[in-house]
Write a protein that binds this ligand. Sequence first.
Ligand code: AHR
Length: 502
Amino acid sequence: MTQAHLTLDPHFVVGRIDRRVFGSFVEHLGRCVYDGIYEPGHPSSGEDGFRTDVMELVRELGVSTIRYPGGNFVSGYRWEDGVGPREKRPRRLDLAWHSLETNEIGLDEFARWSEAVGSEIMYAVNLGTRGVQEALDVLEYANIHSGTALSDQRIANGTTEPHNIRIWCLGNEMDGPWQLGHGTAQDYAQLAGKTARAMRQIDPDLELVICGSSGAGMPTFGEWDRIVLEETYDDVDFISCHAYYEPVDGDLSSFLASAVNMDRFIESVVATADHVKALRRSEKTINLSFDEWNVWYLSRYDNVDKITDVASWPKAPRILEDSYTALDAVVFGGLMISLLRHADRVTAASLAQLVNVIAPIMTEPGGPAWRQTTFHPFAITSRLARGVTLELKLESPTTPTALYGEVPVVDAVATYDETAGAASVFLVNRSLTEEVTVQIDASRLGMSELSAETLHDDDIHARNTADDPDRVVPAPNTSARLHDGIITVTLPAVSWTAVSLS
Ligand code: AHR
């Protein structure tokens, strides 16, 4: 039987886990907003048109921050279209997704929804087609209490209290040639720096995110990040990273090891940020906002550019509606392990996205809302991973992969919450064929109670659907034992497991 070993020590700490790592993302894209979180007339919707069944699932998912309103969408968005009387709001062409934007939902409605689900907004400003002034305007509208033109406009629109948004993204994926307003790193860095400095004149305590690379495979990866940080180091708090994973040419071994790529990506951006820190002899450390990550079958995406007749651009089309398998959920759980492993530097992250669009929650108009397979590792990790991430000593057999060479079969991360007297270990078995028994030395934690649940399906392609919403759900792992501080647990091939200790 294949075996792996790991040792936990409460004194060896990577870093405190910031709850913002459990963020998500709502973009005006496809059916994420319209026919997703918002569906007037649905049996579960209140007077405000928001589906309460979706809200309950969002709460259960345990999402901290929610990035809004995009994504590629934001680079052509005029925030003021989405406030004020609905009947006066313009219908616009959404150039990013070749859709019709009706602006029925905007900042005030989204802020009310976000408060109701217990999340904090991470707001992205448009630095694609717009600039400093519009960023200042939306900040004034959102955060100033009263007594100025735009804050009074918000009050007249029915929102008395300011939204008090703390964390702001300076544009979206500005390194991508697909982005409206894309230019050179120097052009973007200058605009983002000016915008950041102007926004800080209104509120010096805002937390600002500069756009890093939209993928480690971008030709400008590394250089882009260095240039934008050199220009804005003193003005921003975070640099963003984005990454999506899917199997390439059916290579499931590499796909199962996607977290290796995420680890390398994170460590490269940390190295770049710290290089700029050294160049500037700065005391300040820039952390990472991994504000788009997921499994995404991008290669199956039917490019929107094919819809050339502007008059036929639809409202809320069914695009990017990936249906996730048990295999995808295991990879996804592995990505969460990678994020937690870097708790010292990844202090914000957003699962892209939340509803219908590459999402953990799916809905049918007039019909049910259900949990995709990926919902489960997110919800369980968000619930259990508290306190600090521990440094691990992990010994695991390895397996060859085409993309990443030899990789450990087992990947794991452990968290420890001294105040609550609890700990957790999250593990994946990346083997396509072999179960693995893992022995965990937790004797130094002094815990006595153990429970474990595993997400696995003998059919790795099994998925949850409207008709069979609980086909793939985590089940208690009955192999798990705790004896004299030593845990043993058997992980089936292609599985994700959460062990909880108290
Ligand atoms: O999440 C889907 C899209 O992926 C976002 O709009 C964009 O930022 C990224 O390329």
